[in-house]
Design a protein around this ligand. Structure first.
Ligand SMILES: Nc1ncnc2c1ncn2[C@@H]1O[C@H](COP(=O)(O)OP(=O)(O)OP(=O)(O)O)[C@@H](O)[C@H]1O
Length: 242
């Protein structure tokens, strides 16, 4: 593989006495989508949050995370974000009481030109619904806002946590289409449980199990190995190929 955009080595996270990650190591390719997989509660969100410096204060993080030559773990989150690490959290976290336009305006950064043209080209609905309160958007529209907000600024890498969770099948397809287009210009580390979306988007896959990386390699190869998906993800062939 060509040089990675993100390198995670020996990442260990303890929270409230739980040793959630126990020496996780993997690389994220400099282009396309790398998917982080694993059964529920295995530590996927904990991994993304550790990378972006959002482990709870009572947690302890060890190991090394590098984006290019830069070491990330000692840096505060706002610096990482300013340095081009975009994060779309699980559950979207849009400001329900603010309008779409206000949610976007909050993401603007001093000294940079926010890329409204790019965001509205990807999500015309965000332009049309500028005056609508984010809390009254559908789940899919909120997800588009959460992704659009991050894309207002330049990113070297995007971390996206379960963007299709809880969405209707048609909207899952729309979100997948958008992420596919986004990934043409910026590499993505994606947590995703919907294996049809994984099959469509991901070139590389990393599977967590028992606090460690249990498997890493080509995503399509993983999805073709029924015994592997069953043992690592707890899903059978019908779910993989649906
Ligand atoms: N702040 C916290 N305090 C205590 N335990 C936590 C905390 N954050 C995560 N955990 C525990 O760590 C484990 C991993 O959680 P995490 O959310 O990272 O898993 P996940 O793989 O993203 O799961 P899911 O697929 O269900 O979202 C779980 O057992 C969870 O309960």
């Amino acid at each position: 593989m060509s040089e990675s955009i993100l390198s995670v080595e020996g990442l260990s996270v303890r929270i409230a006495g739980l040793h959630i990650l126990q020496g996780v190591s993997f690389d994220v390719a400099p282009t396309g989508v790398t998917v982080l997989l694993g059964r529920n509660g295995v530590g996927k969100t904990t991994t993304l949050r550790a990378i972006v410096g959002l482990t709870p204060r009572n947690g302890e993080v060890r190991g090394t995370v590098r984006m290019g030559a830069q070491s990330l773990l000692a840096r505060p989150t706002h610096r990482l974000v300013r340095g081009g690490l975009g994060y779309v959290p699980e559950d979207r976290c849009v400001f329900a009481g603010l309008t779409v336009a206000e949610n976007l305006r909050l993401a603007e950064r001093r000294g940079t030109t926010p890329a409204y043209d790019k965001v509205f080209a990807l999500f015309p609905e965000l332009d049309r619904r500028g005056r609508q309160r984010a809390g009254s958007l559908s789940g899919g529209q909120q997800q588009m806002l959460a992704i659009g907000r991050v894309l207002l600024n330049d990113n070297r890498l995007l971390l996206v946590d379960e963007p299709t969770k809880g969405l209707a099948p048609k909207v899952v397809t729309e979100v997948a289409e958008v992420l596919e287009r986004v990934a043409e210009s910026v590499p993505v580390l994606l947590v995703e449980q919907n294996l049809a979306v994984v099959r469509r988007l991901a070139r590389d896959a990393v599977v967590l199990s028992a606090g460690r990386v249990a498997w890493a390699g080509n995503a399509r190869e993983l999805l073709l190995e029924t015994a592997l998906t069953k043992s690592l993800l707890g899903v059978g062939a019908s779910e993989v190929h649906s």
